[in-house]
Write a new protein. Structure first.
Length: 434
């Protein structure tokens, strides 16, 4: 710790100690506050300490703060600028090089010495500075294409899989590298792999090992669940048996912050009308789960579709923000979020009175006939849209289809048959076996 820098008022002793830590992994960084970080950055002495600047950057990333107020307008405000200043003070700080790369969303960045480096080059640089740096290997693998390779400073050429294997060998007691390797294997449809110590493991083995090493590594539970089918169970290394629902429920209860995709998986694992009891005693129905998804991410359109599925058109829902909505409200939102989903438009049409009208969230007014035409535009094989259009036309009248053809009731009937025939033909192709 630099004893020449006196702790400022407004910064706790714990936070001050964290800002002087040289450890790579510091989960407690999330406990710092924005006010504490602003206070530290206003100190002149901070700008002469690579360690403090690096940890301010780490805390900003942990708190998801993109930029922060500093002493004057000439001081760095973005996370990447703070890391660049820290590297100017200590170019050998491999953690700082790694974290700078993590802070970038793409492209490259110019360092204080004028050098331009990409994320890939920065991760490789962190390995050059510390060849035992496991996260450097994992992160370098993450930015490579699936079939790509990286050339290290010593001339070693490594594939994505080799980088993940190296990361595991450096920290064999950490669960994260096992998860990273398993995800890569899943993406490449590779069933098993041999670690550098000679152990052969399947994708399931890797996730189970990760869970054994870090029992609260929620992402491993969620990804392991994706490998199970139906009522299949898995036995963890501690003897615990878990099915898909158990695994996803664990992930949901430990994931911070909560993710809409994980909660959605939980709801999809449950049968209609089923309930689940969380570890805190809360009892949630399948409907409650989908409402939670919407609360986490109001733009997650699949949650709206799932919420109205198998639901009476007269049902009402109270969202977690206190708003009461109807099925039509939810479907209108679904259409606005997924305007190319023909099923969403069909749902909307089913809620209208015969030959009725509806006002979309955009303000556009559409008739039931226009909705069915929209469905045909999105999916020419939607036989039901052709069929539902027929009674909306009076005898002798016609409608112009999205392809420009004018169709009467007989034409629509034939169009429905053609669409059904195409679907049947595709089904035959799908089920042909050698």
């Amino acid at each position: 710790m630099n004893l020449d820098i006196i702790k400022p008022d407004g910064v706790s002793d714990q936070s001050w100690n964290l800002l002087h830590s040289s450890k790579y992994e510091i989960p407690e960084m999330k406990t710092l506050t924005r006010h504490e970080l602003e206070t530290v950055l206003r100190m002149e002495e901070t700008w002469s300490s690579s360690t403090i600047l690096m940890n301010v950057g780490r805390a900003m990333q942990a708190l998801k703060i993109d930029s922060i107020t500093t002493r004057d307008i000439n001081r760095p405000t973005k996370v990447s600028d703070i890391y660049i200043k820290a590297l100017e003070l200590d170019p050998t700080n491999f953690c700082c090089v790694n974290n700078l790369a993590v802070s970038l969303t793409g492209g490259s960045i110019v360092l204080a010495d004028g050098a331009t480096m990409s994320r890939r080059e920065l991760f490789a640089k962190s390995i050059e500075l510390n060849p035992e740096f496991s996260a450097g290997f994992s992160n370098l693998a993450a930015v490579l294409p699936s079939d790509g390779t990286a050339t290290l400073a010593d001339g070693t050429v490594m594939s994505k899989q080799q980088l993940h294997l190296k990361s595991i060998s450096l920290v064999p007691k950490h669960g994260g590298p096992y998860v990273n390797l398993a995800r890569y294997l899943q993406q490449r449809s590779i069933k098993s792999v041999t670690l550098l110590d000679g152990t052969t493991m399947t994708i399931k083995d890797l996730y189970i090992k990760a869970i054994d090493l870090e029992p609260k590594l929620y992402v491993a539970y969620s990804l392991l669940a994706s490998l199970l089918r139906g009522k299949e169970t898995i036995t963890l290394l501690n003897g615990t048996k878990m099915d898909r629902l158990n695994l996803i429920q664990f992930a949901v209860e430990h994931e911070v912050p909560p993710k809409a995709t994980t909660w959605m998986k939980l709801g999809k694992c449950m049968l209609p009308g089923a309930c689940i009891t969380l570890s805190d005693g809360r009892i949630l129905s399948r409907r409650d789960i989908f409402i939670k998804v919407i609360d986490i991410d109001p733009t997650f359109h699949r949650a709206y579709a799932a919420l109205v599925e198998h639901t009476s058109p007269n049902s009402k829902f109270t969202l977690l923000n206190g708003t009461t909505v109807s099925v039509q409200d939810l479907v209108l939102k679904l259409v606005s979020l997924a305007p190319t989903d023909d099923d969403a438009w069909l749902r909307l049409s089913s809620l209208l009175p015969w030959n009725g009208f509806v006002t979309l969230l955009s303000g556009e007014v559409m008739s039931q006939q226009e909705i069915f035409l929209k469905v045909i535009e999105l999916n020419p094989d939607s036989w039901i849209a052709y069929e539902e259009l027929i009674p909306l036309l009076s005898p002798g009248s016609s409608v112009t289809l999205p392809n420009g053809k004018v169709a009467g009731r007989q034409d629509l009937f034939l169009g429905s048959l053609d669409a059904l025939q195409r679907l049947d033909s595709e089904g035959d192709k799908i089920h042909i076996s050698d």
